[in-house]
Write a protein that binds this ligand. Structure first.
Ligand SMILES: NC(=O)c1ccc[n+]([C@@H]2O[C@H](COP(=O)([O-])OP(=O)(O)OC[C@H]3O[C@@H](n4cnc5c(N)ncnc54)[C@H](O)[C@@H]3O)[C@@H](O)[C@H]2O)c1
Ligand SMILES: O=C(O)[C@H](O)COP(=O)(O)O
Length: 391
C-alpha cells in the first residue's frame, strides 16, 4: 500500500487515478511515499525520509525545496501547461478590467439609489468618470512565452493588439504554436520601451526577481498597464506604486496581493486565482497523480523539474531497481558489478542524466536481496535506490 500525503486540496478527479486498494491518501500520513500539493510552502517543512516523489498539481515549484530534493534523489513533478488556459483567461480579464475601469464603474452602478428614472439619470451623468481605452491597436509585451505566455500572446493578437514577445529560451513547441503576428523583442528594455501594457509569465528565479523595475516602467508609454499573474517579486512593487501615483502607469493587475498593494486604488488584486478553475484543477491533479503513480510503481519519470525523462517498458523475469545518483563516471560500472556479484542478470537498462543527476532503471532476471540493495546504496554518489517488485 502506497501512502500519499496531501498538503493542499487536490481535485478528486486526480486523486481517483490512485486506486484505493493500493493507495492511502490523507493529509496526515506520517511515513508517506509521496507528497501531492499545490501552493503549500514546503521550505520550512521537515520532509520525511520515506518520501520518494513530490507532485505539484500546478506549474510553479518555487514553494518546494527542489535542490534539497535533488540531493536526496527525489524527483519533483509538476503539471506543465495544465492550468495555462485558465491563467490566460484571467490575464485577458485583468487587461479588460484595467483598460475599461470596470471595477470602480461597477461599484458606482451598485451604489446608485432612487427610482429607475433617477438611476438612469445618474448613470448617464456618471459614466464620463469611467471612460476607458480599447486594447485594439495597443502594443502589448509578453515576457516568457511558455505554456501561458504564448497563449496570452496569441489571444491578445486575436483581439487586435500589437504583441511583442521576449523569451530567450522559448521551446520549439511553443515557438511553433506562437502566432506569426507576435514580434520578437531583442531584449527586455526593447520590449518595455514600445509597450502600453506588459504581462509577465516567467518563473520566480533569482534572475527574474525585480525584472519589472523603475527604469523599464519609465520607458513605457504613459498610462501603461502591468499584469503580473506569475509571482510576487517579479515586479519591483515600490517602483510600480510610484508609477501608479505619478500616472505613468494606470493599473497594476496582480494575483499575489500584499498589504502595501491592496490599499492602492489603481491596483487590481486577485487572490491567487489564476489556476482556480474546475478544469485547471482537474487537469493539474490528473496529470500529476498519473506521473507520481507511474514513478512509484515503475520508476517512470515524466515532467519532472529535476530528473531526466525516463521511460522503459517492464522487461526481465524478476524485479526492477531504480537508482538516482551523481552524474559522474563509473556509476553504471559499479552498479553492474554489484549485480553481477549477486548473480543477477540485467535484462534491460536505461541510464539518463540531467545536469549533476543521473537516473538508472534496471530490469533483472531474478529477485534482488536486501544485501545487494544495501551495497548499491553504499556506492559513493548514490542518492536513492528503489526496489520495484514485478507486478
Ligand atoms: N497565478 C497562477 O495561478 C499561476 C498559474 C500557473 C503559473 N503561474 C506562474 O506562471 C509561471 C509560468 O508558467 P508557465 O506554465 O507558462 O511555465 P512555462 O515553463 O511553460 O513557461 C515559462 C517560460 O518563461 C521563460 N523564461 C524563463 N526565464 C525567463 C526570462 N528571464 N526572460 C524571459 N523568459 C523567461 C521560459 O523559457 C519559459 O518559456 C509559473 O512559473 C508560475 O510561477 C501562476
Ligand atoms: O504555479 C501555479 O500553477 C499556480 O500558481 C497555481 O497555484 P495553485 O495551484 O495554488 O492555485
Amino acid at each position: 500500500m502506497y501512502k500519499i500525503l496531501t498538503l493542499n486540496n487536490i481535485s478528486v478527479k486526480g486523486l481517483s487515478r490512485l486506486p484505493r486498494e493500493d493507495y492511502e491518501i490523507t493529509s496526515e500520513a506520517s511515513h508517506p511515499d509521496a507528497i501531492l500539493l499545490r501552493s503549500f510552502k514546503m521550505h520550512d517543512m521537515d520532509i520525511p525520509e520515506s518520501v520518494a516523489a513530490i507532485g505539484r498539481a500546478g506549474a510553479g515549484v518555487n514553494n518546494i525545496p527542489v535542490d534539497k530534493m535533488t540531493q536526496r534523489g527525489v524527483p519533483v513533478f509538476n503539471a506543465p501547461g495544465a492550468n495555462a488556459n485558465a491563467v490566460k483567461e484571467l490575464v485577458l480579464a485583468g487587461l479588460l478590467l484595467a483598460s475599461r475601469n470596470i471595477y470602480p464603474a461597477m461599484k458606482f452602478a451598485a451604489s446608485l439609489e432612487g427610482t429607475d428614472a433617477e438611476i438612469s439619470a445618474a448613470v448617464e451623468s456618471g459614466k464620463k468618470n469611467y471612460v476607458g481605452c480599447e486594447l485594439h491597436s495597443k502594443t502589448f509585451g509578453v515576457i516568457g512565452l511558455g505554456a501561458i505566455g504564448r497563449r496570452v500572446a496569441n489571444a491578445a493578437s486575436a483581439l487586435g493588439m500589437k504583441v511583442v514577445g521576449y523569451d530567450p529560451q522559448i521551446s520549439v513547441e511553443n515557438a511553433w504554436r506562437l502566432s506569426r503576428n507576435v514580434e520578437q523583442a531583442i531584449n527586455l528594455d526593447h520590449l518595455f520601451s514600445q509597450c502600453d501594457a506588459v504581462s509577465v509569465h516567467v518563473p520566480l528565479l533569482d534572475v527574474t526577481k525585480g525584472l519589472v523595475n523603475k527604469s523599464r516602467i519609465e520607458s513605457m508609454n504613459d498610462g501603461g498597464i502591468i499584469v503580473n499573474l506569475a509571482r510576487g517579486g517579479i515586479c519591483d512593487d515600490d517602483a510600480v506604486l510610484a508609477a501608479l501615483d505619478s500616472g505613468k502607469l494606470s493599473a497594476y493587475v496582480i494575483d499575489f496581493p500584499t498589504a502595501q498593494l491592496i490599499k492602492h486604488p489603481k491596483v487590481i488584486s486577485f487572490p491567487h486565482l489564476g489556476a482556480s478553475t474546475e478544469e485547471a484543477e482537474e487537469n493539474c491533479a490528473i496529470m500529476v497523480a498519473d506521473q507520481v503513480r507511474e514513478f512509484l510503481e515503475d520508476g517512470t519519470v515524466t515532467n519532472s523539474v529535476n530528473f531526466p525523462e525516463a521511460t522503459m517498458p517492464r522487461g526481465g523475469t524478476g524485479c526492477r531497481v531504480t537508482i538516482a545518483n551523481a552524474n559522474v563516471p563509473n556509476m553504471v560500472g559499479q552498479i553492474s558489478t554489484i549485480l553481477a556479484n549477486a548473480g543477477l542478470n540485467i535484462a534491460d537498462l536505461l541510464n539518463k542524466s540531467r545536469g549533476d543527476l543521473a537516473y538508472t532503471i534496471i530490469d533483472l532476471d531474478g529477485n534482488i536481496e536486501e544485501a545487494s540493495l544495501q551495497a548499491l546504496r553504499k556506492i559513493d554518489g548514490v542518492l536513492a535506490v528503489r526496489h520495484l517488485p514485478n507486478k
